[in-house]
Design a binder for this molecule. Sequence first.
Ligand code: TNX
Length: 488
Amino acid sequence: MSDAFAIVPVPLVVQPSSQAPFVITRSTVVVVDADEELVPVAVLTADLLGRVSGRAVEIRYAEPDAPGVVRMRLVEDLPPGPETYRVVVGQGRVRLEARTTDGLVHAVVTLRQLLRERADGGMQVDAVRIEDAPRYPWRGLSLDVARHFVSVPDLRVLIGLMGHYKLNVLHLHLTDDQAWRLDLPSRPELVRRSSAHSVGGDPGGYYSATDWDEILAYARARAIRVVPEIDVPGHVNAALHAYDELNPDGRAPDEYLGIEVGFSRLHDDLPATHAFLADVFGDLADMTPGGYLHIGGDEVLTMAPDEYERLVRSAAAAVTAHGKRVVAWQEVASVAELPAGTVVQYWDTRVDPAPFVAAARAGARLLMSPASKVYLDMKYRPGFPLGQEWAGHVELRDAYDWEPDELVEDLPPDAVVGVEAGLWTETLRTLDDLTTMLLPRLAAVAEVAWSAPDRRDFDDFTARLRAHGRHWDRLGLAWHHTPQGSWD
Ligand code: TNX
């Protein structure tokens, strides 16, 4: 595929045509119907075209199509699905069409990937017709902001990258042994006592309610929903440190800034524990417009199974009491009577997946985050300066060449809701560290999650990716020039 159509993730249909290209000029305008719902996506588009062309691009409402116009419309004559979209470039103009504003955001992202520089320094898009829709409705990135805090400006960069690859779920791992990163009105001591640091004594931080709203809005404008995680009943040292009453002896443990896992736990027989779960998930539900809250549930190594079950059920009940659906890590598959519609997230490729398969058969929905494929905190290769290697090494091809509904044997394929990359931050301290691990592998995961299996081909992918390397360079992002790609 030529550079002119180097779209990642690869769309369902790309039909080049011989009509006149679209060239951004001084008279380029974005035109939408006079519909309030369309204002944010029109602003996003005008801003984007303005930035790449270096000229201010105006938005006009309900004007006729004409050369130089980028016309955005909500339409019904598309294949089903909320995220389906169409991009038609020809006769010197652009049509972006979708059923929803999320679909229009995807159309704009595709348009941006099609822009290329002309010999005269201007920008153009060659004539083409693109029809596209995602394979899976859940295309996520799980980001650990507990081990190392990620500031709001850095989060904006990552959210922008997610949108550029049509990922639509930002799963924020907000709490762990080391820190608690979201201020909750009912429990002010959590961030007051447990947010100042990161692993190894590095600086910490937390999101205020205002920060939180800003993150949600920035993501929402890019068709991304936020799924916040409060990890219980393990990974809770930060909570135990903030509230004495959560400890059986009434004495808070010290702050923990190492990277061991599995040692901390809540206690089912303390009434304070259940009040705590009701408070924190209640606050989280109030602060989160999306439909899902993640309760964690992973790596509780010091608890009998029956106590674990009671605590997971208590957390799940706190979530469903507020009308939200539960997401949880793979380990909860062993818990009887999970709420209907629970999303169980597969990650640990070292253990027997039988309970996970059984949960799927019993009605759970499955989110695929196999560590050996999509844990992007795994080193690319032995000796790589960043990351861990407990699940092996994850090169670009490993992240690309796998099938979400075949990886685990005997999965009911309809149970898979999507794919989520993971980025744990024990060893990642800066934005450069984060993007070095994400790029280029996040693009591979996005293509697994979005594109039709018969459209996927690793060599074609790496050929398309070359133009993306140039884009990351233009943005000034650090990224890993893996020898499995072909770069300039
Ligand atoms: C396993 S993934 C964990 C995390 C670590 C990660 C490091 C999961 C549910 N638990 O606590 O940060 O490995 O790769």
